[in-house]
Design a protein. Structure first.
Length: 194
């Protein structure tokens, strides 16, 4: 059972990297961007500051920000702001986007040019109503999937309460788990002992 739980947790990390990876609130330890996309949901009057890191350039970097209001009111807009910093934490770019008045999706695209590879930190901040946001990083942004995603010791995964998880094992066998039966799922940094 421990082997199944550990295998399931590792499999889930591959499928759901943003669920398993915590969003960093520490500018000195930003979450590395590994897919060229960052997405999430902000709450009404959300005061979080989320930090991500990536390398830009050399060349043009295209940043796309989509914001969709979730407040459900025609008089409530939501705002997502992106600020980019270099390694010395000097601001190198900043822009924001509001959702439409009736919650429709609004897009803003910015382009930045870098003469050489430049490590950057991206800060996301929120104002006003709740929103769903998606940041796309394109152009000259080399993003790589880590071979083994970093895992905190005994990291608890948040899973849906319903559905069936299907796991294909390395030996080719398939196992299924009814998600309604799972109390909690953890990622252990050490292999279970047999």
């Amino acid at each position: 059972m421990k082997t199944l739980r550990a295998t399931m947790a590792l499999f889930l990390l591959g499928l759901f990297p943003m669920v398993a990876a915590a969003q960093s609130k520490d500018r000195d330890k930003p979450t590395p961007v590994t897919s060229g996309k960052v997405s999430g949901v902000s709450r009404k009057d959300d005061r979080r500051e989320l930090y991500y890191s990536f390398t830009a350039g050399p060349g043009e970097v295209v940043v796309t920000l989509d914001v969709e209001g979730l407040s459900g009111r025609s008089d409530s807009q939501s705002l997502v702001r992106l600020t980019f910093y270099d390694q010395a934490f000097h601001e190198v770019g900043k822009f924001d986007r509001q959702s439409g008045l009736n919650g429709e999706n609004k897009r803003h695209i910015e382009r930045y040019t870098f003469a050489k590879q430049t490590p950057l930190v991206m800060r996301l901040t929120f104002q006003a109503g709740a929103s769903k946001y998606k940041v796309g990083l394109g152009g000259d942004v080399p993003v790589e999937q880590p071979a083994d995603p970093p895992v905190a010791s005994s990291e608890v995964l948040r899973l849906p309460k319903t559905g069936v998880l299907t796991i294909k094992m390395r030996d080719g066998s398939v196992r299924t788990v009814n998600l309604a039966e799972i109390q909690d799922a953890k990622v252990e940094t050490e292999s279970p002992r047999k």
